[in-house]
Write a protein that binds this ligand. Structure first.
Ligand code: JFZ
Length: 402
């Protein structure tokens, strides 16, 4: 949770069409066509170091690559399915090369793995849809399917030593919670330190912890999680709209990107920010540039993000708060008026206030503990200017303001 910011990568032969990974199979792209794209997949410009360097320069601390998405194609050389990268013209271990580059650049390497697999004949559902199809193939064999899944996961864990496993595709009826409980135990036996997300147990609820959750943290998708000091959470969100590359997809502005990160940290969560590289192996120049701009912001303001806790105030459109030691960081998104009054922090005194890496800020604190900050004429950063409040007590133990 201290890392706060990671790169999600959705990629595969489907980028030759520019439609959504998995979901476009049998819709925008006919199944016959989709399932043969791997024969043309030859991303000769793929450079693992370049991708990892892009993550590093963005200020990201970890990276999660899909190893297999719902279309069943494996980006690593697996012994347990022929539908893998070694049978494409490219024939290089994408997952392995990224694992090595991450080691080189000190980025934590993590792996996404889908449960449901519409391509595997042993999995009973063969078509992409939500709500899921009710058409269950009687020739499918879930026991065999689960065995293959275990074998593939064993390869991934023992070969690439992922820091974290990010499961997905746990919402269809053939998947049972018993399978998930077994696989969770199996994985923790293989590597007691591996962290596992909450999309392994059979469920359609990803944002909240439930009594049946199998996994270590929750995963709100395409929305920022709510302030929560108890349950670890990681929001996954796309830099554009589609998970896999789409030509001319609308890209988020720098303001949206920076404020998303600040609101996530302000809610005590992490942000897994998704990039979809192109079919030739490169990431889009405009996306790399945008990520770099986030990195530039983090170079100045990183101390208010990494290793902080969120709260004690709920993030909103005007501001978010993070905290570490005796410091409270107020992320100011918008200057609606000349001042900002924060919810009261009872029994705690603000000793001084200043712009992070900048000048003093005038403020008052009333008898109830509410602080009013006086904004300068011009805030230094139009996306998020951070004001530091130094307290006479530990900021991390302040109860969350209701
Ligand atoms: C899932 C994947 O399907 C998606 O392609 C991407 O990998 C994302 C990170 O995770 O997203 C979902 C999950 C559930 C539904 C739709 C998309 N759903 O229940 O409709």
């Amino acid at each position: 949770m201290d890392q706060r910011f990671g790169m999600f990568i959705h990629w595969g032969p489907v980028t030759l069409r520019g439609t959504e990974i998995g979901w476009s199979r049998g819709h925008e792209v006919p199944v016959e066509d989709y399932d043969n794209l791997y024969k043309e997949f030859n991303p000769v410009l793929f450079d693992a170091d370049a991708w990892v360097k892009t993550a590093k320069d963005a200020g990201m601390k970890y990276l999660t690559i899909i190893s297999k998405h719902h279309d069943g194609f494996c980006l690593w050389p697996t012994k347990f399915s022929d539908y893998n990268i070694m049978n494409s013209p490219y024939k290089k271990d994408i997952v392995g090369e990224l694992a090595s580059s991450c080691k080189k650049y000190d980025i934590k390497f993590c792996v996404y793995f889908t449960v449901l697999d519409w391509h595997d004949p042993n999995y009973p559902i063969h078509s992409s849809s939500y709500p899921p199809s009710n058409d269950l193939d009687p020739k499918a064999n879930m026991n065999k399917f689960v065995r293959t899944m275990e074998n593939e996961l064993q390869e991934i864990v023992t070969r690439y030593h992922p820091y974290m496993l990010w499961f997905d595709g746990n919402w269809e009826s053939p998947w049972k919670n018993e399978y998930a409980v077994d696989i969770y135990k199996f994985l923790k036996r293989l590597d007691p330190n591996v962290i596992i997300n909450n999309r392994l147990g059979a469920s359609t609820e990803h944002s909240k912890l439930t009594s049946k959750t199998v996994g270590d943290f929750v995963t709100p998708e395409q929305k920022i999680g709510e302030l929560d000091m108890n349950t670890p959470w990681e929001t996954c969100m796309t830099i554009c709209n589609q998970w896999a590359w789409k030509p001319n997809d609308t890209m988020k502005t720098l303001k949206q990107c920076v404020q998303t990160l600040a609101k996530t940290a302000g809610g005590n969560g992490s942000l897994l920010f998704n990039v979809g590289p192109m079919s030739d192996g490169r990431m889009e120049v405009r996306q790399v540039k945008r990520l770099k701009e986030m990195g530039e912001w983090l170079k100045i303001y990183g101390e208010s993000i990494y290793g902080t806790k969120g709260g004690p105030f709920k993030p909103n459109e005007l501001f978010a708060a993070t905290r570490k030691g005796d410091k409270l960081y107020i992320h100011v998104f918008e200057k609606k008026s000349g001042t900002l009054t924060l919810p009261a922090i009872a029994c705690i005194k603000v000793k001084q206030a200043y712009l992070l890496k900048g000048d003093k800020i005038n403020y008052t604190q009333d008898a109830g503990g509410a602080v009013t900050l006086q904004f300068p004429e011009q805030l230094p950063d139009s996306n998020d200017s951070v004001i530091v409040l130094e307290l006479n007590a530990n900021a991390e133990t302040i109860p969350v303001a209701s």
